[in-house]
Design a protein around this ligand. Structure first.
Ligand code: GLC
Length: 537
């Protein structure tokens, strides 16, 4: 396999609005990120994926962009952004931005002009039809909005304030490529491409994801931008299969570095109500999906590895046990993730095992998806009760990931001295960075160790390039696998459940790399609730 500069890197995702507020306005800012670079460096990460900081009316917290070349004043200035790129580089950290190009905000000058009349050059930058079809928006309701001025409908797969761009328009595409290259010239190293599997849509045939024009479009974009800059790119592709992943990420395709696939994330979602009606996690199904992606992906393609992001409930609350086992559970999930082959992503707060939040009232929530779906399912269609809906919000609502970062025990968890845009989780009193840094066995130091192993002279290549070999076991909860590269072999054994599990180990052991449960590893190895053991032999 051709090696790439990013192959052994670890990515840290920052949701700027909730990370660190230096002005006291209750909203995190770019200066706040600069202030924490030392901390991120200590954790050991190499790349920051920054959720959108562009000018935006914030209907979808920045995923509705009004100007791709300006920083939203709530986050700071372009000078702050330039300073962040510069300071991060000094710490050997690369900045990767979020590229939201399936749609813009309805406040983007292109859309404002497009809406004026039918005959201006920006009209065709968006998608207009005389009649609406029955395609639905991802956030509920129809994907079509009627525009009275010009007597046509425009298409929006997300909120009506996020009109979809027409990727068939060559002029628009080239404007986008210029913008992307402009950011490269500023020194960023790559992009996370928001819902990129939607840009090849063929709506007249009801095709939104994985449309017929998708790969040619990504190739064109990549050749005009990413390939020239040896960029790190990761595409958000909700429905991608293992074979599709190779189309995107096999270097010979000249498209992207990797994709985020969501087969593991959606495995317990309902076919119609998705994250708002879920079943308890089936560990065996999770294991099968993770192993499938490890073993069946094309040898030249590349996986991303993640359990958390800004759209998901926190993993220990969603799939594990965020009560008495919160820390042990966070370490267990992290061990499985970081010992697999691919690029690990850490979402802010994951490294200290931040949990979901339970606000009592729907009005305490900010997320537009939660509000739209509440309106649709509970009020309009009455397909679920309020209690039932809130239970699912407590598990899977997007605001769970967006509560302010918990730095210390001071007011608002040290996030802001003002009034935070989203109420902090009150458990900051005992889950925070400060305490983690003081305790030798904390979740933070566990993450630090996992990251160091990926970079170590001894095991770096094994973890980065080693083959992945599943080991059979009768226990659904036991995630047991081997990584193998040249003469090095590592065994990973993690109990992702509460019942004890065991396996036999007759061979000798060279070195214990991780042992979260003080496990005795002579002949029969027993792992109690959420224990993790990693050793070389
Ligand atoms: C992606 C983002 C999500 C956003 C949506 C629309 O799924 O991760 O936060 O709401 O795209 O841009």
């Amino acid at each position: 396999m051709q090696t790439k500069w990013w192959h052994n890197k670890v990515v840290y995702q920052i949701y700027p609005k909730s990370f660190n507020d230096t002005t006291g306005d209750g909203i995190g800012d770019i200066k706040g990120i600069i202030e924490k670079l030392e901390y991120l460096c200590f954790l050991g990460i190499d790349i920051i994926w920054l959720s959108p900081v562009y000018e935006s009316p914030m209907k979808d917290n920045g995923y509705d962009i009004a100007n791709y070349q300006k920083i939203d004043p709530s986050f700071g200035t372009m000078a702050d952004m330039e300073q962040l790129i510069y300071e991060a580089k000094k710490h050997d950290i690369s900045i990767v931005m979020d590229l939201v190009i399936n749609h813009t905000s309805d406040q983007h000058p292109w859309f404002i002009k497009a809406k004026k009349n039918k005959r201006n050059k920006y009209r065709d930058y968006y998608i207009w039809r005389d009649e609406a079809t029955d395609i639905g928006s991802v956030f509920g309701g129809s994907a079509w909005e009627f525009d009275e001025t010009t007597d046509q409908y425009y298409f929006h797969l997300f909120t009506k304030e996020q009109p979809d761009l027409n990727w068939q328009n060559k002029k628009m595409r080239h404007d986008m490529y210029d913008m992307i290259n402009w950011w490269f010239d500023k020194g960023i190293r790559g992009f996370r491409l928001d819902v990129i599997d939607l840009i090849g849509k063929d709506i007249d045939n009801n095709i939104t994801a994985n449309g017929p024009r998708l790969h040619p479009l990504i190739k064109e974009m990549s050749n005009a931008t990413f390939q020239k800059h040896d960029a790190f790119t990761v595409g958000e592709t909700w429905g991608a299969s293992v074979d599709e992943a190779a189309l995107y990420s096999n270097p010979s395709q000249q498209e992207l570095s990797m994709i985020f696939q969501f087969e593991h994330i959606t495995l317990n979602w309902h076919p119609e109500f998705n994250k708002f009606k879920t079943t308890p996690l089936n560990r065996l199904a999770l294991k099968n999906i993770l192993y499938k992606w490890q073993t069946e992906i094309h040898p030249n393609a590349w996986n991303s590895l993640f359990f958390n992001n800004h759209d998901l409930g926190r993993v220990t609350s969603r799939w594990g046990n965020d009560g008495i086992y919160n820390e042990q559970c966070a370490k267990a999930f992290a061990t499985v993730l970081h010992m697999m082959k691919g690029t690990p992503f850490v979402y802010q707060g994951e490294e200290i095992a931040m949990t979901n939040v339970k606000y009592q009232h729907i009005d305490d929530y900010n997320d537009i998806e939660i509000h739209n779906r509440y309106h649709e399912y509970v009020i309009e269609r009455q397909v679920m009760g309020q209690k039932e809906f809130m239970q699912q919000v407590y598990l899977n609502g997007r605001d769970n990931a967006r509560t302010p970062m918990q730095w210390d025990k001071s007011i608002n968890g040290g996030f802001s001295i003002g009034s935070p845009w989203l109420r902090p989780n009150s458990n900051y009193l005992f889950i925070n960075v400060d305490d983690n840094l003081k305790q030798k066995n904390s979740v933070f130091y566990h993450y630090q160790k996992l990251i160091q192993l990926r970079k170590s002279d001894n095991y770096g290549n094994t973890l980065t390039y080693g083959s992945f070999i599943p080991k059979t076991t009768e226990y659904d909860n036991l995630f047991l696998f081997e990584r193998h590269y040249e003469e090095k072999r590592i065994i990973v054994a993690v109990n992702l459940g509460e019942q004890s599990v065991s396996f036999n180990w007759e061979n000798s052991i060279d070195e214990i790399l991780i042992n979260t449960g003080q496990i005795d590893y002579f002949k029969t190895v027993t792992l109690n609730a959420y224990d993790a053991l990693v050793f070389a032999y």
